[in-house]
Design a protein around this ligand. Structure first.
Ligand code: HAM
Length: 403
């Protein structure tokens, strides 16, 4: 028997309903924040991610689904959504046009990680990317958008916040961090030794507790921000507080992708095990330029949909639409025509076999419809259909003409 690949799941009952509900809520809220739908290909040139996400990141260094296609192109299944949106933004000359452009997207991402609960090789993200606004109000706005989505879904969270500085303050901080870590080089793990030469900031993110004990005393970027970064970070914290968004500053939050500057954030949940990050994002003011576009400030986030599914609280009653059934074979043709009319406006479940009323009512209940509509020979003769409202239990007879 052929099975799906490890870490690649079907989205089927009961998750499919929550998945769909998540998308409807997230889409509605993204539109309220003036974001428009966007779709990029799943397959891109490998160079896009190497340059965009960064060769020193685990995502690019270890986890890419990379191959040479039949035309000998070096291609890769997207491990994340931002790089593709930025590629398209530049390719379509929106960087030259200027102004503000806000996009939301959702779809599959691929990372060759070791599968475990909450960590898949094909997973789905809902993401938003905003281009052209350098105001920290936009950072606050995208964070509030994630908070709105989680609130509507009934999901509790902790918001962790950090500032990664910019090209003014980061290089100096990097040097002081390197000096600190080099002093402890004999005591840190092999991964951190490698990070020291590839991307020193990422040592702060090490999951090894003995490394973490060392880094407690490391210099903190938050204490070494330049004036502009510091004032933006202060403003961001004030806006969030004024809008009732709780957060904690996590000076070791560096994110696993290399393109961030200034604001970095993660939403985490205590209720889903060790893979606790449900959303992450931040500002990436240099990425457009870095991928050969005209310098454009940008900020965004992505939510990991699978990690949220078990946390979503669906609205209580989700009954919807009609069930159409016949008591006698002779009524079937008319039933189908009536159901077809109804289908132009409503969800309709049709039972093609004649059955008794009790069986139809049970089936209608299982299908989670609001109305059960039945015709037998008697109804056919009177050109009427019997309808029961399964919510308030009221019954009525309706003329065919009124269906
Ligand atoms: P990321 O933190 O790599 O950011 O991923 C965002 C979310 O995707 C994570 O918080 C997590 O919920 C989910 N996720 C990541 N890896 C997996 C996995 N293997 N299995 C299941 N879920 C996973 C980004 O991808 C950035 N592009 C976000 C962004 C957009 N930053 C700016 N704009």
């Amino acid at each position: 028997m052929i099975q799906s690949l490890r870490g690649m799941n079907d989205i089927m009952s009961p998750d499919n309903k929550r998945f769909e509900y998540f998308l409807s809520v997230a889409t509605k809220i993204a539109k309220r924040y003036n974001f428009e739908y966007f779709e990029a290909p799943l397959l891109e040139e490998t160079a896009l991610f190497k340059r965009g996400v960064g060769e020193s990141s685990d995502i690019v260094g270890k986890e890419m689904y990379q191959f040479i296609d039949k035309g000998k192109n070096d291609v890769c299944l997207r491990p994340e959504g931002t790089a593709g949106v930025v590629r398209s933004f530049i390719q379509n000359k929106l960087d030259r046009k200027g102004g503000t452009h806000r996009f939301f997207y959702h779809g599959s991402m691929f990372r060759y990680e070791r599968p475990q609960k909450g960590r898949l090789r094909q997973f789905h993200q809902f993401g938003c990317e905003s281009f052209g606004v350098d105001s920290v109000y936009e950072d606050a706005s995208v964070i509030m958008m994630v908070a709105d989505i989680l609130k509507e879904l009934g999901i509790g969270y902790k918001l962790q916040l950090n500032s990664l500085g910019d090209s003014n303050c980061m290089p100096q901080y990097r040097e002081s961090l390197i000096t600190f870590v080099t002093k402890h080089e004999d005591s840190i793990c092999e991964d951190c030794k490698r990070r020291l030469s590839t991307n020193p900031i990422r040592v702060l993110d090490c999951k090894n507790t003995s490394c973490q004990n060392i880094y407690v005393d490391a210099p903190k970027l938050i204490n070494n921000l330049c004036d502009a970064c510091e004032s933006d970070f202060e403003k961001l914290k004030t806006i969030l507080s004024k809008n009732d968004i709780d957060f904690e500053v996590d000076t070791h939050l560096v994110r696993g992708l290399d393109y961030y500057s200034k604001t970095a954030f993660e939403f985490v949940s205590d209720d889903i095990g060790s893979q606790s990050a449900i959303a992450g994002g931040g500002r990436y003011d240099k990425l457009v330029e870095f991928l050969d576009g005209r310098a454009t400030p940008a900020v965004g986030f992505a939510i990991g949909i699978e990690r949220l599914l078990e946390l979503i609280k669906m609205p209580e009653d989700t009954r919807d639409g009609y069930y159409f059934g016949a008591l006698d074979e002779v009524a079937l043709e008319t039933l189908i025509s009536l159901a077809q009319k109804m289908r132009q406006k409503h969800r309709v479940v049709i039972e093609y076999k004649a059955k008794n009323l009790k069986k139809h009512l049970n089936a209608a209940d299982k299908e989670n419809v609001t109305f059960c509509a039945i015709i037998g020979e008697n109804e056919l003769n009177e050109s009427k259909i019997w309808v029961k409202d399964l919510l308030n239990k009221e019954e009525s007879s309706i003329n065919f003409i009124d269906v």
